[in-house]
Each structure stands twice: as C-alpha cells, then as structure tokens.
Design a protein around this ligand. Structure first.
Ligand code: FAD
Length: 294
C-alpha cells in the first residue's frame, strides 16, 4: 500500500525502529515488534546503516519483511545511497519486491568517516529518480529538515533541493527530530510556499537518556529549547525520572502539533516499546484513531 494514501482523513501515527546491532541477538527485535504491534501504528519504518544494513542476523529488508508479512503492519524500508552502487541498490530492490515491501525512504545517508563513497548517487533525489525509473511499483518517501540540513547553505536552498526530491517522485516526507514546534511550523509554511504539497510527518524523538540525546543532537544539529534543557539538567542523571520527563515532553509536543493540524506523527522509538506505549496511550484519543488495540 502507498503510505502517502493514508493521509487526509486522519493523523497518521507511525514508528521507526532499527535492525538489532551486530552483536545482539534477533530475539529482542521480535519482542519489540510484537509489543509495537499492540499499539496499532499505521506503519513502522526500518532504518538502514551506512555501508550496509548493520546487523548480523537481520537486516533492513528482512526486518521489513517480518513486520509486513508476519505481523501484518505496513512498513517503509529506509535505503541510503552514498555507499551503494546501482547494482547494490538493484539487489536490495529485488529483495524488497520479493518481500512485498512497497515503500522506500530514499536517503543520501550520513557521511561516515573511513567509508569510501560510491559514485552512482550524490543525493536522495538521484536515488528516488533511479527507483522510479526501474518501474517496480515502489512508493517513495523522503527526509526533510525543520532546522535546515547541516550541509545546506540556508533554508531557502534546502527547500529548493527538497522540491527536487519531490519532483523526482517522493510523495511523502518525514522530518528530522526537533524539539521546538515553532521551528516545525515555520518550516512547514516555507515548504507550502515552495509548492511542496505532499504529506509531511513530524519526527518526534522522546528524550529519555541524556547521553543518547547529546549524541543525536551533535549528529543532526537540533537545538534544545530552555524548557528541555531544564529537564536534562534536573533529571539527566536519574534514568527513570529522565525517561518520564522525556515522555511527557514528547506528549506535549504531539498534542500541540495535532492541535495545529499536522499530517502525521513519526515516533523515533529507539526500539523501546515502553516509551512508545506510554506516548500512544496518552495521545491516541487526541489523534482520533484506533491506535490502541481494543
Ligand atoms: P539529501 O536529500 O540528498 O540532502 C543532503 C544535502 O544535499 C542537503 O543539504 C540538501 O540541501 C542537499 N541536496 C539535496 N538534493 C540536492 C540536489 N539535487 N542538488 C544539490 N544539493 C542537494 N541515515 C541513514 O544512514 N540511515 C537511515 O535509515 C536514516 N534515516 C533517516 C530518516 C529520517 C526521517 C531522517 C530525517 C534522516 C535519516 N537519516 C538516515 C539521516 C540522513 O541520511 C542524513 O540526514 C543525510 O545527511 C541526508 O540525507 P537526505 O536523504 O536528506 O539527503
């Protein structure tokens, strides 16, 4: 099913997971997906590691297949292109096709020091165009950046490039995490002005761990509002208090986004079903869908 077709009548509510790390077993991901299924998300997306899909036992395509075919949940396979040749992409597309995975989040991928880039694709738009040209029936999503992509000159240029991505065939966008909804609203307005009319989901990362958030923020450049900085300062060294404060902050963000008419909410679950459950329980009436199983 085309994920973009889910939007319109309701606020789409989705999760993101990552394949288990190389040294961890696959049992944990089975139990994570089983728990997330109880929350009845509209879809679950699965990340793709730079230079390959990371895990020893289960990679992005396999995990998407499991989510779709064993758990009956729609899925999006992330696929980055900087470190892949056309042949490597072809192989992944065939595997996704065989697994009946219809949706791909076309990404450039982050630049990883020490890994040699390939020359077939420069930008996510090149990958989107290539996938479209294969005519294999895939629907393509893309990433966008409410606080501007770190390498972009300014928001105007970044949005011009986003338009190229949409023109290349992307029909659904998921935003980078952000902690200040005003950044998202301003970005959304500029996107609309640029004539980009595809559904745009807000990416929400519950801040449940101080060091994890410091790492994420240094990677993606998201700014920390004073309200969140205070939570980190007060509860950062108390894991349970920080988790609960972070969940509450994410819920506040979501309520405000839904009240403002957001197309969808994409939760970066960090493979933590407890956090996803607490958030879903608090917002499913607000979202107005059946996101908790009866
Ligand atoms: P692009 O769209 O190619 O943009 C990268 C930069 O190039 C931007 O500055 C943009 O303005 C510019 N640009 C874009 N198109 C053009 C063009 N045609 N001409 C000139 N300049 C252009 N990374 C992973 O490795 N695996 C994942 O699974 C993953 N999932 C993600 C999910 C989401 C929702 C998001 C927001 C990010 C994710 N990332 C992931 C991180 C992402 O790969 C990085 O942010 C990366 O730096 C940019 O990827 P992109 O697809 O947005 O790149």
């Amino acid at each position: 099913m085309n994920i973009a077709k889910m939007f319109g009548e309701k606020v789409v509510f989705s999760f993101e997971v990552f394949p288990p790390k190389k040294d961890s077993g696959i049992e944990s991901i089975y139990s994570t997906i089983k728990d997330l299924k109880e929350l009845n998300p509209d879809f679950i997306s699965v990340t793709y590691g730079a230079g390959g899909s990371g895990a020893k036992n289960v990679d992005t395509a396999e995990l998407c297949s499991l989510i779709k075919n064993e758990y009956g949940i729609e899925t999006i396979a992330h696929l980055s292109c900087l470190y892949n040749t056309r042949e490597m992409v072809d192989e992944i597309l065939e595997r996704l096709k065989d697994a009946k995975v219809d949706n791909i989040l076309a990404l450039r991928g982050d630049i990883t020091p020490g890994l040699e880039t390939q020359n077939d694709f420069q930008h996510a738009s090149d990958l989107a165009e290539y996938i479209k040209s294969k005519d294999m029936g895939f629907h393509i999503s893309g990433a966008c950046y409410p606080e501007v992509h770190q390498e972009a000159e300014d928001m105007e240029t970044d949005i011009e490039n986003l338009k190229k991505k949409v023109d290349a065939g992307v029909d659904h966008l998921i935003s980078q995490l952000f902690f200040n909804n005003d950044d998202f609203y301003w970005f959304y307005e500029q996107v609309q002005k640029a004539g980009i009319n595809v559904p745009l989901e807000a990416g929400i990362m519950p801040v449940t761990n101080k060091s994890q958030i410091q790492r994420m923020v240094s990677m993606c450049g998201a700014s920390i509002p004073i309200k969140l900085a205070k939570l980190l300062q007060r509860f950062g060294d108390d894991p349970i208090a920080m988790r609960d404060a972070g969940i509450s902050y994410a819920i506040d963000q979501i309520i405000n986004l839904v009240a403002s008419g957001v197309d969808g909410i994409h939760i970066y679950t960090m493979n933590d079903p407890y956090v996803a459950k607490k958030i879903t329980e608090s917002v499913h009436n607000i979202i107005g869908s059946d996101n908790l199983k009866k």
